[in-house]
Ligand binder design. Structure first.
Ligand code: PMP
Length: 408
């Protein structure tokens, strides 16, 4: 979407495929008569086009405690505010300082990182792990380090933006397959025999909330000698050690897991888990790892504390599953695999109106509409986290029931 264009500036609305809403602005980057519009004109035009298309995004800062029932975030187990997690972060900052101080290969690898990596690997049943400063970096690193122009990447149509960007940066040949279509994955791999291939999936899809057929995908990958990369951002924690583990796929040499520390683990950062040879390859070649400062001590310690809590308190994940199942049945939609319930709405306007009405009732939910959703269906995204009390949850469900039921 950001490729420079040479045509005259245009006001046409962004295409549906344009996730950031900037496709239509490419033309504003230059002109055929050689005169480049001044940057401030270009920016004003870009803002105007976004506004006209109703696609302006705004940051809405929240206070530390705004009294809202938050069903929009990803702090699924409610651990970001757990006292042990907060204390661990504070103590680590006091002991190690505010930052890691350097990239991991210079002096930015702390014993704290090694502790976190060992404990994450042990929990997820993987032989090795590597921590990153974000889950986004973890995904950029895996694809970038393992795929180049000569490689073939087979990606689910609903894969997260970080993996989309990772494939773009890698310049690998790409086949996008329909969502959860194992036969299409098999056909894509069979079409390029002998080419080094990666298959990308999320264990639980971030917006749709459904689950990938991991066992079947792994089987197809084995048949064709491909590597399966599973993003467990929404699986780890909500499903204990994740769905790769639950499907008996942990520790295999042809399966790699990426994870984030910023959702169920209530911190910030990411991780890649898998065979030691793959992890070693990342340390040596992954640019978003090599040229990035190590994960901050406070974030590392918070994730470590949260890992210990998540491991020893499976009832938190049980609460999520009970809540999400109850809400799904109220809407007559299938129970999702993770903590996220995706409620399809009749129109973008209906979705936006329901979100605003819920906010007025003290309940915050997410709202997705085109072009952020590849299938064009506007939806509310409700997170059934364990971090809210039973009373708050019941109050929120009542409001959702009334408001969403009315406008859907
Ligand atoms: N993968 C998926 C599926 C995600 O939902 C996210 C976060 N939105 C990421 C990766 C990126 O993780 P992080 O926020 O830690 O960068």
């Amino acid at each position: 979407p950001l490729g420079g264009g040479v045509s005259r500036p245009t006001q046409s609305p962004p295409r549906k495929t344009d996730r950031v809403g900037l496709d239509s602005l490419a033309g504003a980057r230059g002109s055929t008569d050689g005169a480049t519009p001044p940057w401030d004109d270009w920016l004003a035009e870009a803002a105007g086009a976004r506004e006209a298309a109703g696609l302006t995004r705004r940051l809405r800062p929240r206070g530390a405690d705004d009294g809202l029932v938050d069903l929009a975030g990803n702090d699924y187990l409610g651990l970001s505010r757990h006292p042990e997690v907060r204390h661990a972060a504070a103590e680590a900052a006091m002991r190690w300082g505010g930052g890691a101080g350097a990239s991991r290969l210079v002096t930015g690898t702390l014993t704290l990182h090694e502790q976190l990596e060992a404990e994450l690997a042990d929990w997820l049943g993987q032989p090795a792990a590597l921590a990153f400063s974000t889950g986004y970096h973890a995904n950029l690193s895996v694809v970038g380090a393992l795929a180049d122009r000569s490689a073939h990447v087979v990606s689910d149509a609903h894969i997260h933006a970080s993996l989309v960007d990772a494939v773009r940066l890698s310049r690998a040949q790409l086949t996008v397959v329909p969502h959860n279509d194992v036969a299409a994955v098999r056909a894509a791999l069979a079409a390029r025999p002998g080419v080094r291939s990666l298959v990308l999936a999320e264990s639980v899809y971030s917006v749709l909330g459904d689950e990938a057929p991991l066992a079947e995908l792994a089987e197809v990958c084995t048949e064709h000698g491909a590597l399966l990369v599973v993003d467990e951002a929404h699986g780890v924690g909500v499903h204990g050690p994740g769905l790769v583990h639950r499907n008996g796929l942990a520790g295999r040499s042809d399966v790699l897991v990426t994870a984030t520390l910023s959702k169920s683990l209530g911190s910030q950062g990411g991780a890649v888990l898998g065979p030691p040879a793959a992890i070693d390859h990342l340390v040596n070649t992954a640019r978003p790892f090599i040229f990035d400062t190590g994960l901050a001590p406070a974030s590392t310690a918070a994730a470590l504390a949260a890992t210990r809590i998540a491991r020893t308190r499976p009832e938190l994940a049980d609460t999520i599953r009970a809540r999400v199942a109850g809400l799904a049945s109220a809407f007559g939609i299938p129970s999702p695999a993770g903590a996220v319930l995706s409620v399809p709405m009749a129109s973008p306007e209906a979705a936006v109106a329901a979100q605003a009405d819920l906010l007025a009732e003290g309940v915050r939910v997410g709202c997705f509409r085109p072009p952020s959703v590849p299938d064009g269906v506007s939806r509310l995204r409700v997170t059934a986290g364990a971090g809210v009390t039973d009373e708050e949850w019941e109050r929120a469900v009542k409001a959702i029931d009334t408001i969403v039921g009315e406008v859907r």
